[in-house]
Design a binder for this molecule. Structure first.
Ligand SMILES: [Zn+2]
Length: 218
């Protein structure tokens, strides 16, 4: 995508948004970066699919049919031919966070998946599982617009980067598994291996602590 504005941040509006949700001044406020992008459908046709009331159409069809601002309302939209496929865009930042974490999922007549607020990890030795908080670190704000016959625009939001203490950062994506779409995280460092405290202690007591190198203990 060659779009102007990539990397610009809009922290101030985000802080206002979180003040509204969490109340001001208490504890650590979640922080993430907002990446603003623009995509013109006059140049890039058949790339954006819009979902609305159980129907799915191209963004250019939405623009063509719109006669008043209300006609531009939508349930969500997403980019076709994205590899790997990423999260769908919500009509507001608040919904983007809610949907990602599994709250108030979209009611546009289509099934939804979500990534939740935790991610699980597994001990490489005994397979014991644990969970750790999944934090949102980057959100994309995408304006999809046309100039023909006049300027019309829809704005969508989605989570594009997350992080967890033990895993580092990653990108939320999805895979098709047994004919079902499954939410996954593509970690930027996929090599990290985990070992639980018990197994780590056993190795240490057996004088094998050298084997712990390269493992993250949880
Ligand atoms: Zn273990």
């Amino acid at each position: 995508m060659s779009v102007p504005g990539w990397g610009r941040m809009a922290r101030r509006s985000i802080m206002g948004f979180f003040k509204k949700i969490f109340g001001s001044g208490e504890g650590a406020e979640p922080q993430f970066e907002v990446v603003e992008n623009r995509l013109c459908t006059d140049l890039t046709r058949y790339r954006v699919r819009v979902r609305k009331h159980g129907q799915e159409i191209y963004a250019e069809e939405l623009f063509q049919a719109a006669t008043k601002p209300k006609d531009l309302q939508f349930g969500r939209f997403f980019l076709l031919n994205e590899n790997p496929p990423q999260v769908h865009f919500s009509p507001s930042l608040e919904e983007a966070i809610d949907w990602f974490q599994g709250r108030r999922l979209p009611k546009d007549g289509f099934p939804s998946i979500f990534w939740g607020e935790e991610v699980s990890l597994q001990c490489s030795v005994c397979q014991k599982e644990a969970t750790t908080p999944l934090l949102i670190t980057k959100v994309e704000q995408l304006a999809v617009y046309t100039n023909i016959p006049k300027l019309m625009e829809i704005m969508g939001w989605r989570v594009i980067e997350v992080a967890a203490d033990l895993m580092g950062a990653g990108m939320p994506t999805k895979i098709l598994y047994m004919h079902k779409t499954k939410p996954i995280i593509k970690w930027f460092n996929p090599e990290i291996r985990f070992i639980c405290g018990n197994c780590a202690q056993r190795l240490t007591e057996g004088g094998r602590q050298a084997e712990l190198a390269g493992y993250v203990i949880f």
